[in-house]
Design a protein around this ligand. Structure first.
Ligand SMILES: [Zn+2]
Ligand SMILES: [Zn+2]
Length: 246
């Protein structure tokens, strides 16, 4: 399985990276996890959008889904789309919400997507065995575990500290975890992880490696890395365009 970071800036695009988007490939199948603000442009530099076989949106916050709009524009108007509809896995209501994000009249996007409602559980996307778990976040958000070829990747989406995410990540080869909150005494609950909490989740789950992501542009990313590394040594910060063999 190969993971390519298309965008990793937390909570919105930053000066060095678009918002959340990850390309996961196995056996010629291409799955996008999230499609946040600015990520479609970076995707164009990494992959032909027509080769994206499926989309999985963890949740419907803008920094994880808004570049569905240029994805639709590309499929409708570039003249390069094969016209094959793309399965789009997302929480309930994504069809209406994304249609309104695209156009004020809310006209359906079903010419481009086959919408599939995600609930916590197990299913398959192409060659990937998929397991999802509800995270601790103000809107419905699903962390996702992908297994293929005997290897596994878990992506937290957005979450506050959450035992369900630890359970989902148990024994995974790679945990791609958000670390949006800087350390502090009065952090809002049920929203994001600190760097240290991301490290604690990796340690509790016994994963092989922790990839830190979703650090906002206004948070010190090296501080997040140090805080996570203090509790889980096999930790690194992801970079846009970086590729990881899992
Ligand atoms: Zn986010
Ligand atoms: Zn969010």
């Amino acid at each position: 399985m190969r993971l390519t970071v298309v965008g990793c800036s937390g909570s919105g695009p930053g000066p060095k990276s678009p918002a959340s988007c990850y390309l996961v490939e196995h056996d010629g199948f291409r799955l996008l996890l999230d499609l946040g603000n600015g990520s479609f442009g970076a995707l164009l530099g990494l992959a032909d959008p027509d080769t994206v076989d499926a989309l999985f949106l963890t949740h419907l916050h803008a920094d994880h889904c808004l570049d569905v709009a240029p994805f639709v524009v590309w499929h409708r108007y570039s003249g390069r789309s094969s016209g094959r509809r793309v399965p789009l896995f997302a929480p309930e209501g994504a069809d209406a919400r994304l249609a309104l994000a695209y156009d004020g009249d809310g006209a359906t996007l079903t010419d481009v997507f086959d919408f599939v409602v995600v609930t916590p559980g197990r299913f398959e996307i192409g060659p990937f065995a998929v397991e999802t778990a509800r995270t601790d976040h103000p809107v419905e958000c699903h962390a996702v575990r992908l297994t293929a070829g005997g290897r596994s990747l878990v992506y937290t989406g957005d979450t506050g500290p959450c035992s369900r995410v630890v359970d989902l990540a148990r024994g995974a080869d790679v945990l791609l975890a958000e670390a949006a909150h800087p350390p502090g005494p009065d952090l809002p609950k049920g929203l994001h992880l600190t760097g240290r909490e991301a490290g604690e989740h990796a340690a509790a789950a016994g994963v092989g490696r922790l990839l830190l992501t979703h650090v906002p542009a206004w948070v010190d990313e090296i501080g997040q890395l140090f805080a996570a590394s203090a509790v889980f040594s096999e930790t690194e910060l992801v970079r846009p365009g970086a590729t990881y063999e899992i």
